[in-house]
Write a protein that binds this ligand. Sequence first.
Ligand SMILES: Nc1nc2c(ncn2[C@@H]2O[C@H](COP(=O)(O)OP(=O)(O)OP(=O)(O)O)[C@@H](O)[C@H]2O)c(=O)[nH]1
Ligand SMILES: [Mg+2]
Length: 247
Amino acid sequence: MIRNKPSVSIIIPARNEGGHIEDIFRRMPSLSPEQELIFIEGNSSDNTWKEIQRCASAYSEKWPATVLLQQDGHGKADAVWKGIALASGEIIMILDADITVPPESLRDFYTPFQNKTAAFTYGSRLVHPMEKGAMRFCNYFANAMFAFLWRPLLHYPITDTLCGTKVFYKKDYETSRKKFPKVFDADPYGDFALLFTAAMHRSTIKEVPIHYKARQYGTTNISRWKGGIQLMNLYLLSMRTLLLEAL
Ligand SMILES: Nc1nc2c(ncn2[C@@H]2O[C@H](COP(=O)(O)OP(=O)(O)OP(=O)(O)O)[C@@H](O)[C@H]2O)c(=O)[nH]1
Ligand SMILES: [Mg+2]
């Protein structure tokens, strides 16, 4: 039987996600007695920040360790890095506030840390059938291509690199971040820099297939073409850095 319940900080970046915030508080599973929720809101034009404040107070009994921050910078990665800086947990989990990855599935990402069968877990949206309208065809194609490109670097048959849910030890992140600041600074979303962390630590990684859902509120915050070019450049930078390290 598994008894070990390491402390965990769940980072939730949110921009224009006002319609999802209460569901996050309501549906979040309890994983550890030392579990904190860290909401990082930034650049919203809807009521996201007000909703976060309202729910933090309404759910304070259920989630007493909730941290709220309004981001001064821009972009998802900036929000995620700021959230991690505030985190007190041994394990960091990232959950997108659009809840296209169901919060309930976080348990599947956490269990491998409890039984020490992985030091890095990440979601794959491309294994199970996804809900209708959850992903456009060109995105599906780009996601599959990036997964294929990352396989040799990770030494793992990864099927999806860009699912927002990534879980890792804070200490591994801190070591990589200090050693390779350029990779982290160049990443617009955080996904590649975090995979890079796994590759650098030769972590035991584990893919967690999830049932990807369509957005129920709002629209995407990501610019596909600009993001795609940034990710291609970042992939080349990550590959170069990894190869130089291996020499
Ligand atoms: N704080 C903050 N959060 C952001 C920012 N941009 C995006 N996010 C959040 O990051 C997560 C991912 O962004 P999405 O808009 O869902 O992008 P995506 O998942 O690539 O695209 P979809 O396929 O539409 O879901 C969501 O929780 C967003 O609210 C930002 O500038 N600041
Ligand atoms: Mg999303």
